[in-house]
Design a protein around this ligand. Structure first.
Ligand SMILES: *[C@@H]1O[C@H](CO)[C@@H](O)[C@H](O)[C@H]1NC(C)=O
Length: 85
C-alpha cells in the first residue's frame, strides 16, 4: 500500500514539474538563465559575464552576481515590454 502511494506521488510530481520545463521553448530561454517564472515573463540570470539574448516579451529581468565589464547599448532594445530589472 505504501509503495503504491509512493508511485502515485512520483507520477504526480512528474506531471506537475513537466509543464514548467516546456513553458519556454529552448531557444527563447537563454541557457545561462532561469525561466521557471516565465508565466510572468520573468527571467533570472546568475553569474553571467556576457549578456545573452532575451526573449522579446521579457517583462522582468533579474541579473544577479554579474561579472559584466560593459553592456552594449542595444542589448535591451528588443525588450519592448521590460518593466523591471
Ligand atoms: C507587449 O505587451 C503587450 C500588451 O500586453 C502585448 O500585446 C505584446 O504582445 C507584448 N509584446 C511582446 C513583444 O511580447
Amino acid at each position: 500500500m505504501t509503495e503504491n502511494l509512493q508511485v502515485i506521488t512520483c507520477a504526480l510530481f512528474t506531471l506537475v514539474t513537466l509543464p514548467i520545463e516546456t513553458l519556454v521553448d529552448s531557444d527563447s530561454c537563454p541557457t545561462v538563465c532561469e525561466c521557471s517564472e516565465w508565466k510572468t515573463y520573468t527571467i533570472s540570470c546568475f553569474d553571467i559575464d556576457v549578456i545573452p539574448t532575451f526573449p522579446a516579451s521579457t517583462d522582468t529581468l533579474w541579473l544577479l552576481e554579474t561579472r559584466l565589464k560593459s553592456v552594449p547599448g542595444d542589448v535591451f532594445s528588443n525588450l519592448v515590454n521590460i518593466s523591471r530589472m
